[in-house]
Design a protein around this ligand. Structure first.
Ligand code: ZN
Length: 240
């Protein structure tokens, strides 16, 4: 074994022992309730062990009323919530607030990957149509096919408009007025999904548009600022 390899092994061993001592100290030093809280925070996306500890300590120093409010908000998170029957956005009733709003253009459907994308586009205050949340993207590498995301629900919805099926007679409208905006993220999986949807939708004769490339490739809609998203929505083009 070379000197360098021996050195690396020694450093690695030292780091492992440091980690073990640190965890041992953490587990023996802190009360169980705080340890559990740190563990739970650590399971949240984007929260590392250090951030989890800071959050737990922050709550420890917060007034009791604040911690009770947080506990109630977390505990009641799923009470009375469901997915919208039409667009699969989060809703308090069978229809979400956007689908049940008569001021929204029901014939303009913006297809997004996640609920947070709806929030991001709504923040621009520019879009007056409705949405369809796919709850993911096509990703053959991860075994995610059309059945795993809400593609069939979208197709049923568009067919109802275009008269191919009469699921909801009250929403049946002339085909020419229906626009499907493909607003999946501009990364590989988002583009693959948009292309797949375009091929499915094209025979139905609806107008298909794709948001403009104002967004960074590989970026997520929910991280974009309002101006970038507005430009992307305004600059959308026919998707062929
Ligand atoms: Zn809805």
């Amino acid at each position: 074994m070379s000197i360098f390899a021996s050195f690396c092994q020694a450093v690695f061993g030292f780091l492992i022992s440091l980690l073990l001592v640190y965890n041992l100290r953490m587990s023996s030093f802190l009360p169980k309730s705080i340890q559990v809280l740190i563990e739970e925070f650590g399971r949240l996306p984007g929260i590392g062990p250090k951030s989890a500890q800071r959050l737990a300590m922050h709550l420890l120093h917060s007034p009791e009323s604040r911690t009770h409010q947080l506990a109630e908000a977390v505990g009641g998170l799923k009470n009375g919530l469901q997915f919208c029957n039409v667009c699969w956005n989060i809703a308090e009733e069978s229809l979400c607030r956007l689908c049940s709003n008569p001021a929204r253009n029901q014939r303009q459907i913006c297809v997004v990957e996640e609920i947070l994308d709806v929030v991001a586009i709504e923040k621009t205050l520019e879009y007056k149509g409705v949405y369809h949340v796919l709850h993911g993207t096509l990703s053959p590498v991860d075994g995610i096919g059309p059945e795993q995301i809400k593609i069939e629900a979208l197709m049923e919805r568009v067919r109802a408009f275009s008269g191919h099926e009469t699921i909801k007679t009250d929403v049946a409208q002339p085909t020419s007025k229906v626009e499907v905006i493909l607003a999946t993220n501009p990364g590989l999986e988002g583009e693959t999904t948009a292309m797949y949807l375009m091929r499915l939708l094209k025979p139905l004769g609806v107008k298909i548009t794709r948001i403009a490339r104002g967004l960074p490739v590989g970026g997520d809609l929910d991280y974009a600022d309002e101006l970038t998203l507005t430009k992307a929505m305004q600059g959308r083009m026919d998707y062929v």
